[in-house]
Write a protein that binds this ligand. Structure first.
Ligand code: PNS
Length: 167
């Protein structure tokens, strides 16, 4: 069985992330949507449990049932490769939006391969219509009370709206 881990901060998920995970679920037998609990990155806008909840709601809302049933959602801390080994995953999935993503992704892929030669990174190009999206911009727009409904699944937009302007 081919298991892939799709790691990230996902604070919050966007339609770009959903596009990547649903296409990964069409390729691999199982995909683990892995939410990093990262104390080094400062306080997230959405707490880990909120991020896990909105991802579940968004997948149920947006992904066809046969793909959704192949996606697990978990949080992890520590190294991505250690999490992959615990989950018996031999692939890491990452999305590439533009050439500007490539340099850091290439470095991470090589580093992870050095740490764990049995785990390979597979890149999916984020769909063109979502390639402008980033979690940081979504947070900034929501912070100033802007409309993010075209950028994030309804489950996320509801959470951000509930937090109100200034988050
Ligand atoms: O999409 P993001 O939020 O930039 O994801 C970055 C992520 C989570 C994939 C990366 O920071 C990561 O893997 N962190 C876990 C710690 C780790 O394994 N570091 C070495 C990576 S080469």
């Amino acid at each position: 069985m081919n298991i892939a881990v799709y790691p990230g901060s996902f604070d919050p998920i966007t339609y770009g992330h959903l596009d990547v995970v649903s296409r990964a679920a069409a390729v691999f037998d199982r995909v683990v949507f892995a939410v990093l609990v990262n104390p080094n990155k400062g306080a997230p806008v959405l707490a880990t449990n909120d991020r896990l909840e909105v991802i579940r709601e968004a997948i149920d809302e947006c992904c066809p049932a046969d793909l959704a049933s192949r996606i697990d959602i978990e949080s992890f801390d520590g190294l991505t490769v250690d999490f992959c080994r615990r989950r018996k995953a031999t692939f890491i999935v990452r999305g590439l939006r533009a050439i500007s993503d490539f340099e850091s992704e290439l470095q991470m892929a090589h580093t992870n391969r050095k740490l764990a030669p049995e785990i390979d990174t597979v890149f999916l190009m984020t769909a063109l219509e979502h390639s402008y999206l980033s979690s940081s911009l979504v947070k900034e727009i929501a912070f100033f009370g802007g409309d993010v409904t075209q950028m994030v699944p309804a489950a996320v937009a509801r959470r951000l709206a509930a937090r109100g302007r200034g988050l």
